[in-house]
Design a protein around this ligand. Structure first.
Ligand code: ATP
Ligand code: MG
Length: 276
């Protein structure tokens, strides 16, 4: 006799380290073991929540967001903060149209506007103005919420946090090298130095480089000049990387589900709040 599905779910949400395959001699023995494990895990979560408050730390993604922001500003990148609501025309300029895989994932507010599924359109748009002022190479980045309808399980959230940095006007001959260098610095900064780079064919960007940790995609990088650039009045070279902060936390903390990392009413800093 093994733990029931509900028991497994409860122990998992409490972050309990347990053997889901364990066999019990009777239902009573199982119930007894479950209750004891649940009680101890609840105590642990309560203690962790008290520590969180004492340490005065920002929880997971907030802390990571602050640290990535400081890191990129330190490298000379300019931080921007752009609207979360974007227009349909911005998506069309990214060639995300009705028949596009990402189109079906968009949260529409009305027939003209939606919650942004990515940061790239706003970065393209604002950079055009910034490049009137600053000389290339110019690094720009944003960290902020993005939204996609998702059906897949424990690696996807419908509301997640992306960091997207782009460097406009890098030397053509150094594009790949520079992107790899930035990826390496970035991954080292977030404490995930063991990663592999995989060439992917992205639906939006053509050839891309994926940054993968333990089989999980953490980030996607891309290069320009790109056919999309003309939709944004940009002509020149660029490199860019978009990474999910919740995915980074998932791998940093070795958690079983991305639900524990991000915006949530049930978890704070990975700690369960269902403690009654
Ligand atoms: P996946 O193939 O894993 O669905 P993607 O290739 O569609 O991701 P990108 O458009 O490349 O995602 O977005 C850049 C990064 O944002 C991803 O590498 C991932 O870290 C993160 N990301 C994308 N979608 C989600 C999501 N639904 N929940 C959490 N993070 C996400
Ligand atoms: Mg990707």
């Amino acid at each position: 006799m093994q733990f029931t599905k509900n028991q497994i779910q409860r122990l998992s949400e409490l972050g309990c380290d347990f053997d889901a395959e364990h066999s019990f001699a009777s239902a009573d023995a199982r119930e007894l073991a479950f209750k004891e494990m649940e009680r101890r895990s609840v105590e642990k979560n309560r203690a962790a929540l008290r520590d969180l408050r004492k340490a005065k730390d920002a929880p997971f993604v907030s802390a990571l967001s602050e640290s990535i922001s400081a890191f990129l500003r330190g490298l000379g990148f300019l931080e921007v903060s752009t609207p979360i609501i974007i227009s349909k025309s911005f998506l069309l300029r990214m060639t995300i149209e009705d028949d596009h895989a990402l189109f079906k994932q968009v949260f529409w507010l009305d027939d003209k506007s939606c919650l942004r599924p990515m940061l790239a359109p706003n970065l393209y748009d604002i950079s055009k103005r910034l490049l009137n002022v600053y000389e290339a190479p110019l690094g720009v980045f944003e960290i902020g919420p993005c939204f996609r309808r998702e059906s897949q399980g424990n690696k996807h959230l419908e509301s997640f946090t992306m960091v997207n940095f782009v460097e406009w006007g890098v030397l053509e001959s150094q594009k790949t090298e520079r992107l790899k260098e930035l990826i390496s610095l970035f991954m080292e900064h977030v404490g995930l130095s063991e990663y592999s780079l995989e060439e992917e064919d992205s639906v939006v960007y053509g050839d891309t480089i994926d940054v993968v940790v333990d089989g999980v995609e953490i980030a996607s990088g891309a290069f320009g000049p790109h056919p999309l650039d003309s939709n944004w009045d940009y002509a020149g070279t660029w490199i860019g990387l978009g990474a999910g902060l919740e995915r980074i936390v998932l791998m940093q903390e070795n958690l079983d589900s991305i639900q524990k990392t991000g915006r949530s009413l049930l978890y704070l800093g990975g700690i369960s709040l269902k403690l009654k």
